[in-house]
Design a protein around this ligand. Structure first.
Ligand code: NDP
Length: 289
């Protein structure tokens, strides 16, 4: 399999964003400013937000981290969201998921002003995506489209199979691949936990997107030789050879597929870094509007 290098592509996009920031500053505009709300001490969430803040520094954005207690009440959190909506200095912000169980995540996401919703999770932006109108697109599927584009992968007329139907990955991925656009114009099959004959469906995929959250779920016998395999999954599994005792792995059995013909994204270093690049791109767009 030929590796699709999401890390290198993300860094190239970040260089382009950095240049755009330099041009903005030269023309008298201010630095784009991204804020992130994080609730509680979930180590994975902290690591993700840390990467996003670091990426802001790399491209010359301002960033603000709003750290809130695990025990915060929903109304207080909504007030924090309102404060960022009203803050003219902030171009866009995200609320890192997951939120604690006592908070209605959907209510919080719907409180984010659509013009500052750089995660693209607000129903207005989701609706625009489904209608093919301009708006903020969720960073992970947008990053996958960007990878397909930059690697010159032909998508028109191809059969794409998306495993997963979440609002943040599977559903927007399905919409983006089926749009009359380039990349796009795929015939898309969306699969989920009730799908029957999954293997027969995935074996007919020219482009296979795995967004399930189960380590090594996609095995070699589920993949057509020559397919483009995009692994969205981020799973932590035990690994005694690592100091931490664990390592990250995707939804695809990468080692088993590596000798086949085709393309594949690694984990880590594939879709994850692209998600960060597209979040920065959305923030740049928010600052420009
Ligand atoms: P969700 O748990 O919201 O969705 C998982 C989807 O997989 C569901 O639609 C579910 O079906 C489907 N599924 C579960 N089991 C099966 C099965 N046996 N057969 C077919 N389909 C199945 O996860 P997310 O979409 O939020 O995330 C998916 C993965 O991607 C996770 O590992 C997550 O960590 C990772 N991720 C990575 C990002 C990145 O930047 N790289 C960003 C976001 C997520 P059903 O709807 O029927 O339950």
């Amino acid at each position: 399999m030929q590796i699709i290098d999401g890390k290198a592509t993300s860094l190239a996009i970040q260089d382009e964003i950095k240049e755009a920031v330099t041009e903005r500053l030269a023309s008298g505009s201010k630095k784009p400013h991204l804020a992130a709300i994080i609730v509680g001490d979930n180590p994975a969430s902290r690591a993700y937000v840390g990467h996003k803040i670091k990426a802001c520094e790399r491209v010359g954005f301002e960033s603000t981290l709003v750290e809130l207690s695990e025990n915060i009440q929903e109304e207080q959190l909504l007030q924090e969201v309102e404060a960022l909506n009203a803050n003219q200095a902030i171009d866009g912000f995200i609320v890192q998921l997951p939120l604690p169980d006592h908070i209605d995540s959907q209510r919080v996401l719907e409180a984010v002003h659509p013009d500052k919703d750089v995660d693209g999770f607000h129903p207005i932006n989701a609706g625009k995506l489904s209608l093919g109108l301009p708006g903020f697109q969720p960073a992970t599927p947008a990053g996958i489209i960007e990878l397909l584009k930059r690697y010159g992968i032909e998508t028109s007329g191809k059969h794409a199979v998306v495993i997963g139907r979440s609002a943040i990955v599977g559903t927007p991925m399905t919409l983006l691949l089926s749009r009359n656009a380039n990349p796009g114009n795929c015939t898309v099959t969306m699969c989920h936990s009730r799908t029957q004959n999954l293997q027969a469906i995935t074996r007919s995929a020219d482009i296979l997107i795995a967004a399930i959250g189960r380590p090594h779920f996609v095995t070699a016998d589920m993949v057509k030789p020559g397919a483009v395999v995009i692994d969205v999954g981020i799973n932590r599994i035990p690994d005694a050879t690592k100091k931490s005792g664990t390592r990250l792995t995707g939804d695809v059995d990468y080692d088993a597929l590596s000798n086949m013909d085709g393309h594949i994204t690694p984990v880590p270093g594939g879709v994850g870094p692209m998600t960060i690049a597209m979040l920065l791109k959305n923030t740049l767009d928010a600052a420009a509007s």
